[in-house]
Each structure stands twice: as structure tokens, then as C-alpha cells.
Design a protein around this ligand. Structure first.
Ligand code: PDD
Length: 288
């Protein structure tokens, strides 16, 4: 069975899914997106993803393509039609189709959604931990908006792969901002969990927020503040968070081996707690 893609009100086979070449998402990256994970056929923390979508659309004055509850129904329908048990739903809203121009036209938005099969619960990468390099953060300044302008992030990821690593942590003014597609965390040798504060113009990660909540419940000391690559090298542990990889332990940053080259205990614990909550609650929070 071919994958089913949602395009502007229609469910079509992926080979038949088309948008206009004049779509501003294609021409200008005038588009925002969300990626939500699916476990046991249920969307995870979807209410939080849609709240962030609302913010992204609002910041760019892009219209909602339909009322939120209808969008939720279509996301669930897409999961069903693709028989997706575990993986991701990708959702993208563009400003719409208009003659190419640098002003922002008032047109009807484009909505595209598809699913991806991905093992979220079992992850060989998370069992082993990943290696990251640090590289300058050359992205634009509105990183708090989840836009599809992902070229700088893709270049950073490719640089990491070319260097034999798995991902890149991005550095601005001497401090780590985030990973190429995830939020960055370290655990200091005193056991303090540190993640850059959202004040720095970065994505408000849904997984980051949930993991900070779990860490708080566990009684961990938390500091939301910037840290330098040097501080990261000296840390007891490091990990990143995202909807697609949940909590991903980092075992090497540049030439520095972290936590003896194996995932650290706090990263492992937070990953296990997050997945337990996700499975037990069938989606973390309500899906509205
Ligand atoms: N990326 N920071 C950046 C730059 C991201 O692209 C992402 C997510 C995150 C983590 O956010 P969340 O926990 O809400 O997934 C942080 C998604 C998964 C992607 O682009 O595929």
C-alpha cells in the first residue's frame, strides 16, 4: 500500500501529492511546520505541538488552514489511513500560492501532512549514544518560530556527518544555542541539569519542556542558562531532546568523551521516564 499524504483537503497516494511551484513555502520558505511523534497509534503531546503551531502562524500572520479540532481529526485520520503504530506526523502550513514577490500576500494557506515510520521506543542510537561536533550557529535570528528555513541546520548536520559524527551543536557568541534539530542539555559534575534558556531566541522544544518537568519531579536541580562548549566538555553527561529522538544521550562532544563513552545515568533515566509517561498516558497530554 502506498503512503497516504494529506494535501489541501485531500488524502492522496504520495506519488500524486502535488503543490504549486508558486507556493510561497517552496519559493520563500514562507512556511511553518510541526513534527509530532506517534506511539501505539496515538499522537504524543499534540496539544502542545498545536499551541506552538498557533504561535508560529501568529508571528508570521499566516492564517490557520482550518479550525484546530478539524486539524486534529485530519492528523488522526492520516495516522489511521497509514496504519501508523510508531513514528511521526509531519505537518506544514505555508502562506499559500501567490505571484513571486517579497511582500507577504493575504492568500489561503497550503496544508500538507505526511507520516513517517520510525521506531521511537527502541533506539539503537539512544542505547549507544551519539557523537556531536560544535559549529557556528549561522541560522537567522527568529529561531523561536518553527519555519521550514532549515538550510543552515542541514549544513550543520552534514558537516557533522562529514566529520564522522552524528549531529552538530550550534554555537553563537561562544555559547551553545541548540542542536541542529534538537535542544541541548548537560549535567554538571555537581548533578545540575543545564539547558540554554529560551530567552536566547531558540525553539521552544515540546520534549524539552516535558523533560524539564520530569527532572523537576525527580528532584533534580535545574538551571536554564547558557553554557559554553568548554563547560559541556567538562560536564558529567550531555543529551539532546526532540519529538523524533525523545532523549538522545551524547557520548562525545568534539574530541571530548562524555560519561566514559556510554549514555549517562540521568539521560537514561529521563528517557525511560518520558517513554513510560508517553506509553501510559497514551499521548502525554490531551490531543486538542
Ligand atoms: N526538530 N530545536 C530545533 C532547532 C528543532 O528543529 C527541534 C525539533 C527542536 C526540538 O523540539 P521538539 O522537542 O518540539 O521536537 C529543537 C524536529 C523534530 C524536526 O525538525 O524534525
Amino acid at each position: 500500500m502506498s503512503e497516504i499524504v494529506y494535501v489541501n483537503g485531500k488524502y492522496v497516494a504520495k506519488e500524486d501529492a502535488v503543490i504549486s511551484v508558486f507556493d510561497r513555502g517552496f519559493l520563500m520558505s514562507d512556511a511553518v511546520y510541526e513534527v509530532a511523534s506517534v506511539i501505539n497509534g496515538k499522537l504524543l503531546d499534540n496539544g502542545a505541538h498545536l499551541a506552538r503551531l498557533d504561535r508560529s502562524l501568529g508571528e508570521l500572520s499566516i492564517k490557520w488552514p482550518m479550525p484546530k479540532d478539524e486539524l486534529v481529526s485530519h492528523m488522526e485520520e492520516l495516522v489511521k489511513r497509514n496504519d501508523l503504530s510508531e513514528g511521526l506526523v509531519y505537518l506544514q502550513v505555508t502562506r499559500g500560492v501567490a505571484p513571486r514577490d517579497f511582500s507577504l500576500p493575504d492568500v489561503e494557506p497550503t496544508l500538507v501532512m505526511f507520516t513517517m515510520v520510525k521506531s521511537i521506543l527502541a533506539s539503537p542510537a539512544a542505547d549507544k549514544g551519539i557523537r556531536v561536533i560544535t559549529t557556528p550557529d549561522i541560522r537567522w535570528q527568529r529561531r523561536d518560530i518553527k519555519t521550514t528555513s532549515l538550510l543552515a541546520a542541514s549544513m550543520a548536520r552534514q558537516e557533522a556527518l562529514n566529520a564522522g559524527a552524528d549531529d552538530a551543536w550550534l554555537v553563537e557568541d561562544g555559547h551553545i544555542t541548540e542542536g541542529s534539530s534538537n535542544n541541548a542539555f548537560i549535567v554538571t559534575t555537581d548533578g545540575v541539569l543545564v539547558s540554554p534558556s529560551l530567552a536566547r531566541g531558540m525553539l521552544h522544544g515540546i520534549t524539552r519542556k516535558a523533560v524539564l518537568g520530569l527532572a523537576e519531579q525527580e528532584g533534580l536541580k535545574i538551571e536554564e542558562r547558557t553554557f559554553t562548549p568548554d563547560e559541556a566538555y567538562q560536564a558529567a553527561e550531555a543529551f539532546s531532546t526532540s519529538a523524533s529522538s525523545v532523549v538522545m544521550p551524547v557520548v562525545q562532544i568534539d574530541d571530548h568523551i562524555m560519561s566514559n563513552g556510554a549514555p549517562g545515568p540521568i539521560a537514561n533515566k529521563l528517557r525511560a521516564l518520558y517513554l513510560k509517561m508517553a506509553v501510559e498516558q497514551g499521548g502525554v497530554a490531551d490531543n486538542q
